[in-house]
Design a protein around this ligand. Structure first.
Ligand SMILES: CC(C)(COP(=O)(O)OP(=O)(O)OC[C@H]1O[C@@H](n2cnc3c(N)ncnc32)[C@H](O)[C@@H]1OP(=O)(O)O)[C@@H](O)C(=O)NCCC(=O)NCCS
Length: 173
């Protein structure tokens, strides 16, 4: 798939619709990204509409050749004065129809480059459901496991599940 990745600055109504649909697709696929099933499309869309205008968070989208949103990743900078070297990656999501084509790798490259090169961060964190398919993906990219928290969040089906906290560091030049 020929996909392009870009920073989302002014989301259109169509973008919000597509982001809502992507979130529903991913949650219906069983991914633990903060939501329970059933997830109405309108609720997913409203979540994006409410959280996108965050000055500390950048959101990138991957679009297929027709312009449809098929993936996202977010990078949040810590706002506290003593934590500006730190950030957090979240909402790495690829539509089920667009998986295993390298999109998540490209999205993570984009977020990691922004973290270390643009914002001069030295530490980036993320959390993922323990033993999810995403965990080996992050390990392969050089992320390390910080620890595991039992019963941290529920799966989309409402069952308690462990969460793995992961980190990626870059020493200062
Ligand atoms: C995890 C996810 C983002 C991967 O997206 P993707 O675009 O398919 O990933 P890529 O094509 O870039 O995969 C790169 C490599 O990661 C590994 N990988 C990706 N998905 C995998 C899976 N389901 N099982 C095992 N390994 C996987 C493989 O090594 C893959 O390389 P390969 O295809 O050459 O074997 C996607 O499956 C997804 O959106 N899942 C639901 C949401 C989610 O769990 N997000 C993470 C929240 S922390």
């Amino acid at each position: 798939m020929t996909a392009t990745i870009s920073l989302l600055s002014e989301p259109s109504d169509a973008d919000l619709d597509a982001l809502g649909a992507l979130l529903v697709d991913v949650v219906e696929g069983g991914a633990s990204v903060g939501f329970l099933l059933p997830l109405p499309r309108e609720e997913a869309r409203a979540w994006w509409r409410e959280t996108l205008p965050d000055p500390w968070t950048q959101t990138w989208v991957a679009r297929d050749g027709g312009g449809a949103v098929v993936g996202t990743v977010r990078l949040s900078r810590a706002s506290k004065a003593n934590s500006r070297h730190r950030g957090e990656v979240s909402k790495l999501m690829v539509a089920r129809r667009a998986r295993r084509q390298g999109l998540a790798s490209r999205l993570m490259e984009t977020a990691e480059r922004a973290a270390f090169d643009e914002h001069a961060m030295r530490l980036v964190l993320l959390d993922t459901e323990t033993d999810s398919p995403a965990q080996p993906f992050y390990l392969e990219r050089g992320w390390s496991v910080v620890g595991v928290i039992a019963d941290y969040a529920a799966t989309p089906y409402g069952d308690p599940a462990a969460t793995t906290i992961m980190e990626l560091r870059r020493s200062q030049p």
